[in-house]
Design a protein around this ligand. Structure first.
Ligand SMILES: [Zn+2]
Length: 145
């Protein structure tokens, strides 16, 4: 990924890709607690201490239509909201997310807009894939530890 903090838009058809929707509540809780404990109470992007949220990282193989889980990280609310800028915009917090992106990455408005443009373009392209298959093998390794 290009920056410390990136705009990570999940394709519209990937509603199942929220692990919370796939795992049992107990399994999701275990994953979240492990991730947060591993982070030592600090956001893995900006270093802020406080309440942390588990954020899933995905890779998209557009040729094969495979959405692959590549990581789960503990993020503060601001970094998490910024990563999901589409959601932030729906909540009327798009500008706050843009500001946070610039601050954390130490980039200009133009650089932020370019990153957002790229994320939106990838999002549009991935939305043309009719169906995504989910690869969550990462989770098995993760749960063993
Ligand atoms: Zn953060």
């Amino acid at each position: 990924m290009k920056y410390k903090l990136n705009f990570e838009l999940v394709p519209d058809g990937c509603w199942k890709s929220n692990l919370r929707a796939i795992l049992s509540p107990a399994a999701w809780k275990a994953v979240r607690e492990t991730v947060v404990a591993r982070a030592g109470g600090k956001c893995e992007i900006c270093g802020a201490a406080g309440r942390l949220e588990a954020h899933e990282r995905w890779e998209y193989d557009e040729e094969r239509g495979v959405q692959k889980l590549t990581g789960i990280v503990a993020l503060c609310k601001r970094c998490h909201e910024t990563a999901h800028i589409g959601l932030a915009q729906l909540r009327g917090r798009g500008a706050a997310a843009e500001d946070w992106f610039m601050k954390v990455n130490n980039v200009s408005y133009a650089q932020m807009r370019a990153a957002l443009g790229e994320a939106n373009e990838a999002h549009r392209r991935r939305n043309r894939v009719p169906e995504w298959a989910l690869d969550i093998d990462y989770l098995k390794n993760f749960l063993k530890k």
